[in-house]
Design a protein around this ligand. Structure first.
Ligand SMILES: [Zn+2]
Length: 64
C-alpha cells in the first residue's frame, strides 16, 4: 500500500532515484543516548537533485 510520489514537483522529471545516507549522518533516536540509529533513505530527482522525501529505514527504533 505505497503511495509514493513519482514526479518531481520542481522540474516534472519522473526519473526518481534513491539515496542512502549512512555512516556519520545516521539518524539516532533523540531520547536514547545509546540507542541504535537508522539509515536515512532519500528519494531524489535525478534531473535537478530535489529531494522528494526522506525516511528512516527502521522506524520502529524511534518508538518511545
Ligand atoms: Zn527535478
Amino acid at each position: 500500500m505505497e503511495n509514493q510520489i513519482d514526479k518531481c514537483p520542481k522540474c516534472g522529471c519522473t526519473d526518481i532515484g534513491r539515496g542512502r545516507q549512512a555512516g556519520h549522518a545516521i539518524v539516532a533516536p533523540y531520547e536514547k543516548f545509546f540507542g541504535l540509529g537508522s539509515v536515512l533513505i532519500h528519494r531524489i530527482c535525478t534531473n535537478c537533485g530535489y529531494v522528494l522525501e526522506s525516511y528512516v529505514e527502521k522506524p520502529s527504533r524511534f518508538k518511545e
